[in-house]
Design a binder for this molecule. Structure first.
Ligand code: BYC
Length: 473
């Protein structure tokens, strides 16, 4: 169905035919806008931002670009088109019709999954709210705001499901999505990473590379769901998510590119000299990477999880790209896990269904590694021996079998004393953070770029890099 932009809430779900639902969502809309004003991007609400807006949900040409003031962005409800032939792709109900309504026995579990997904969206906007003040260019400022408005839309996507399919409980959950806040001592966001502050753009790029990529894999898992409206909304969200990861990937590449230029100019790889010249030395990039990658690994949940087993058995949440697997029922398979064993490790065998979180985490790690390989190619081409690396999935974990087990970044178990003594060198130290913060100054002059980052290879929507991506008032 085409997107209807005439309604107060743009949608392609024929919202107008369900007056009760429409009214309930129209009641939530001003609460969302209040939240956006209070906890969305600080200042810049009257700036004209060159944003894309969805016009159709097909893979090609879904976006239109133009100047929009963020509070006037047309947040709405967009589901990928329904496939009337779609069948359940995994678990105990494999091969049966997908559900257009939620079977009563799965109601609370599905609600929990949708709330957890929904909670991350406004959380990330809250985390990033101060970054507009220190954007390295108008191009970057626009990308930040694009990511922010789309995370706002992803919240709409989950709120629609809560309102449309979960009655009063769902409406209450939708209210609470605006009441929990990132980093709030009393009402924090549900998942750990979404309570971490993002004060600088290096962290923002790491977040959009590593944490938005968790979003990609979780959305892919939910896009397999037997609950068809959830699958369809996640399919469309994935098309928006791709740009967020692009911002992270190219952002980190540009930081590294600039560092390599400075290393060449000065003919040194000495971090002190590189910092004096106003660039980010590569060991610091590695420490930020260690922080955000390890934090994002926790977002997949425990390696062995009875929750994950029942999500899979009941057809609520599958594996990303489920069709690539041969066995979609997975009752007979065994998964081998590495677990800590004092100062050593041992293996444990668990039923495959219980290992679904770790299967998804494994695909995620491979995907993360592709960027690292590309960044290392830049470093290698510039003639340097330094290499960035993903730390082990055992390193600095807070969730799962490796939670609070001291290991080095390679994953070797070490004593708590050694860990305590060395961890400051493996993560951004206070001095690193102070240095990175000292580089952060807003650059708002058209075509200008902060000195710590290289310009992008190309602009947005075939516009030049020096386009006026944000018209400040
Ligand atoms: N922090 O059996 P377990 C995105 C909880 S990102 C705190 O180990 P399960 C985005 C867990 O909730 C994608 N708590 O794991 C990115 C459970 O609590 P309850 C977000 C955690 O249940 C950037 C308990 O520990 N989407 O879209 O199999 C910008 C035991 O759970 C954490 C989703 O996450 C943690 N890291 O799986 C914007 C999809 N990890 O229920 C957006 C929906 C686990 O016993 N969520 N816990 O109280 C899920 O599928 C699952 O909840 C999880 C955990 C994968 C998160």
């Amino acid at each position: 169905m085409a997107i209807n932009y005439q309604d107060r809430i743009p949608n392609n779900v024929d919202l107008g035919s369900n007056r009760t639902l429409q009214r309930a969502l129209e009641h939530w809309q001003p609460e969302f806008l209040n939240w956006w004003t209070e906890l969305g991007p600080k200042d810049f609400q009257v700036a004209d931002v060159y944003l894309r807006t969805a016009t159709s949900v097909d893979a090609k040409g879904w976006a239109t670009y133009g100047y929009v003031r963020m509070p006037e962005y047309r947040w709405g409800i967009f589901l990928a088109n329904q496939d009337p032939e779609r069948k359940i792709g995994f678990g105990d109900h494999y091969g049966k019709e997908v559900w257009q309504q939620i079977p009563g026995e799965y109601r609370s579990t599905l609600r929990r999954l949708i709330v957890t997904q929904g909670d991350t969206e406004p959380a990330s906007v809250e985390q990033q709210r101060m970054l507009g003040h220190t954007a390295p260019s108008l191009y970057d400022l626009r990308n930040l705001f694009q990511v922010n408005v789309e995370e706002g839309r992803h919240l709409w996507a989950m709120v629609y499901l809560l309102h449309a399919y979960f009655g009063r409980d769902g409406r209450e959950e939708a209210e609470e999505l605006l009441e929990r806040h990132s980093g709030d001592a009393d009402k924090p966001r549900i998942l750990g990473t979404f309570n971490e502050p993002i004060r600088d753009w290096l962290s923002f790029f790491m977040f959009t590379y590593f944490t938005d990529r968790d979003g990609k894999f979780q959305l892919k898992s939910l896009a397999e769901s037997s609950f068809d409206p959830l699958a369809r909304t996640c399919s469309f969200m994935l098309t928006e998510e791709a740009h967020h990861m692009f911002v992270g990937d190219t952002g980190i590449s540009r930081v590294i590119k600039r560092t390599l230029e400075v290393m060449k100019e000065l003919n040194t790889d000495d971090p002190v000299a590189i910092r004096k010249a106003g660039a980010v030395d590569l060991p610091t990039v590695q420490r930020y990477l260690n922080f955000w990658f390890s934090s994002s690994l926790d977002l997949f949940g425990s390696e062995s999880s009875s929750n994950a087993a029942s999500y899979f058995a009941n057809g609520l949440k599958g594996r990303p790209d489920e069709t690539r697997y041969e066995d979609h029922v997975a009752t007979e398979q065994i998964y081998t896990l590495d677990v800590p064993d004092g100062m050593s490790t041992k293996t444990e065998e668990i039923p495959m269904r219980n290992a679904m979180n770790d299967v998804t985490r494994g695909s995620y790690v491979k995907d993360c590694d592709m960027g690292v390989t590309r960044w290392n190619r830049l470093i290698e081409k510039a003639g340097h021996s330094f290499r960035l690396a993903l730390p082990s999935t055992r390193f600095r974990r807070s969730i799962g079998v490796w939670a609070n087990v001291p290991t080095d970044p390679a994953g070797n178990p070490i004593s708590q004393e050694e860990f305590n003594a060395k961890i400051a060198g493996w993560l951004p130290s206070e001095a690193d953070q102070a240095y990175i913060l000292s580089l952060m100054h807003g650059v708002y002059e058209q075509g200008k770029m902060a000195a710590w980052i290289a310009p992008p290879d190309r602009g947005i929507n075939n516009n030049p890099v020096d386009y006026e991506y944000v018209r400040l008032q």
